[in-house]
Write a protein that binds this ligand. Structure first.
Ligand code: GUN
Length: 294
């Protein structure tokens, strides 16, 4: 593959193979099998695919997993009861509630009900707080995957200007905070819908993290020569040549930016596979109990 392309698929396979070895050792030495519980509420087709793929990764790596499919009209109380059950279940080391939840559910209340030691998504405020102050904790899987790509491609981020486009709790805010930590030492700017001139801000970036959910938003004239581009977008665009009638594309205009950039993640095959790999890593770490030991 071209040196410019950051092959997230290959790197995720490497990480999963490391997790598989760690799992085999944990099972043979301690008799502990990592266990992950998925909770899916409603019928969102994308969420169903994500949970199915995560479940498949569990069986590939020898994890124990359970999936609870709940109807769209499930009550907050039923969800809380289920979380309580998994919090007390010794076979379960990680609990993942797939987001978004149906609109009548208070998402934050649900996230905060998960025991932070089983919060392998890294969304509990206790993990968020520890991430911000640079302590060991569960890191959210997509931001963790992004920093792992940078590490494994030997990208020296010290002093780099990183521009994050998007301020979601799942990607934008956590990745901005991670890049600020001492391991990465970036100067971080976060752009969002009210930012005055995103193009101008991006032109100063050594690294761009695009996580806005708008197909082909980042164009060639946004970036400076040699910029490293991490594309988190997974957008469906119409494609009459595809069997499904659509194809997946990122937040970056890949064709336009390829020549000018220093490195770039493709979509699909860039950040996406890393999210699942880091979820598996977090779950193994939860089973080993290595995150919160002192
Ligand atoms: N929805 C989109 N991304 C994620 C994720 O990483 N974890 C969960 N739980 N839900 C999501």
């Amino acid at each position: 593959m071209n040196d410019k392309i950051i092959d997230g698929k290959a790197i995720s396979l490497q990480i999963k193979s490391e997790v598989k070895s760690g799992t085999d050792i944990l099972i043979s030495e301690k008799g502990i099998t990592p266990g992950l519980a998925f909770i899916l509420a409603g019928v969102d087709p994308a969420s169903k695919v994500y949970v199915r793929n995560k479940g498949k990764a569990c069986s590939d790596l020898g994890f124990y997993s359970v999936t609870e499919n709940l109807p769209e009209n499930v009550s907050e109380n039923e969800l809380l009861k289920l979380i309580d059950k998994f919090n007390r279940d010794d076979k379960i080391h990680g609990i993942l509630v797939q987001l978004p939840l149906p609109s009548h559910i208070n998402e934050q209340k649900i996230i905060e009900a998960i025991n932070y030691k089983k919060d392998v998504d890294g969304f509990h405020p206790l993990n968020t707080g520890k991430m911000v102050i640079g302590e060991k904790c569960f890191l959210p899987c997509t931001p963790y995957g992004i920093t792992e790509l940078l590490k494994r491609k030997n990208i020296q981020t010290d002093g780099m200007n990183a521009v994050v486009i998007g301020r979601s709790n799942i990607v934008g805010k956590p990745v901005a905070n991670l890049l600020l930590r001492k391991e990465y030492n970036c100067t971080v700017t976060v752009c969002h819908s009210r930012t005055k001139d995103i193009k101008e801000v991006c032109s100063t970036a050594d690294i761009i993290i695009a996580a806005i959910g708008k197909a082909h938003f980042v164009k060639k004239d946004f970036i400076k020569e040699g910029c490293i581009i991490i594309d988190v977008g997974i957008n469906r665009v119409e494609d009459i040549n595809s069997k499904t009638g659509y194809r997946l594309t990122g937040d970056v205009d890949y064709e336009e930016c390829f020549e000018k950039c220093g490195m770039i993640t493709p979509v699909p095959g860039g950040v996406g596979p890393m999210t699942i790999a880091m979820l598996m890593k977090n779950t193994l770490d939860a089973a080993k109990g290595v995150i919160f030991e002192r």
